[in-house]
Design a protein around this ligand. Sequence first.
Ligand SMILES: Nc1ncnc2c1ncn2[C@@H]1O[C@H](COP(=O)(O)OP(=O)(O)OP(=O)(O)O)[C@@H](O)[C@H]1O
Ligand SMILES: [Mg+2]
Length: 319
Amino acid sequence: MTTPTTPDGVTAPFSPAAPITFVGGKGGVGKTTLAAAHALALADAGRRVLVVSTDPAHSLGDALERPLSDEPTPIAPGLWAAEPDADAAVRRRIAHVAEDARRAVPREVMPAVHRHLEQAGASPGMAESALADLLVDRMEEVGDRWDHLVVDSAPTGHLLRLLHLPTLLTPWVRGLTRQRERARRAEALADVVGSGGDEADDPLLERLHARRHRLERAAARLREDAVVTLVTLPRRMVLAETGRAVDQLSEAGFRLAPVIVNQIPPDGAAGPDGARALTLTQERFAHLGVVRVPLQDGEPTGPERLRRLVPFLDAVPAR
Ligand SMILES: Nc1ncnc2c1ncn2[C@@H]1O[C@H](COP(=O)(O)OP(=O)(O)OP(=O)(O)O)[C@@H](O)[C@H]1O
Ligand SMILES: [Mg+2]
């Protein structure tokens, strides 16, 4: 697919869109709304799209005006949406870790492992990493079940942690694998009859290897197939935070799509401060491209009203 160009030389940044798009930005800027609108635009262009929310405080269902759940729900032709259940994800993850530990550590250590997991299960970090795990599952489906995955992300700090997670988790899984391999070697040495016991018969090692490969694939995919598009507002403070997020994300090696300035009031209504902030925003992010979305009358919820935002998402100055 070639990038369409309009007569006045603007290109459409989201068509062809990246296989995976994270929509990020400060709280309340319009991430959920624009993730839903972008997903709808791709589906209307004939692609199979899944839009998911990774914010434990879901509002994607409100934006689409449909109740959503863990399982992708059909919304419009070509469009599915899901709101992962963080609590269920935490429970699944704890069960997995407990199962790995049960096979890897001596039985007398298990009560301590359970106590630790109970505490960890209540921490916000666990919910975040369990959601990241779910996201990795969804990412694995891209190219097969979906042409595009659009991720409505929680505010920037969370997005950064989420994007780093596969890389952070990989050493942990690697460490556990090494420990298990050592234990296996010790078992083999102790095993005088030599009843075998190579790696292929060790379900835990197989699981750990599979998990490590899955995380490595996800980390590579995030760098190769994913872009982050940041949503901002024509306000100086929001601009400052968006600038920091752009710097952090690029330093972390992520590709950035054009920045979307959302909720731009009709001409003049924003006053000199708003106009100045808009100019500064355009200058600051000129290297990425800037998309401008006007403030709508009322909340743009439901497919029909969300579609009104699509023409704005498509227009960005050519780079
Ligand atoms: N262009 C727009 N015009 C008018 N209202 C808008 C526009 N974009 C978003 N909104 C409204 O602004 C509010 C915040 O939008 P949204 O929930 O998409 O933001 P968010 O960044 O996802 O927020 P949170 O950080 O809480 O998840 C919603 O009421 C939404 O309907
Ligand atoms: Mg939101």
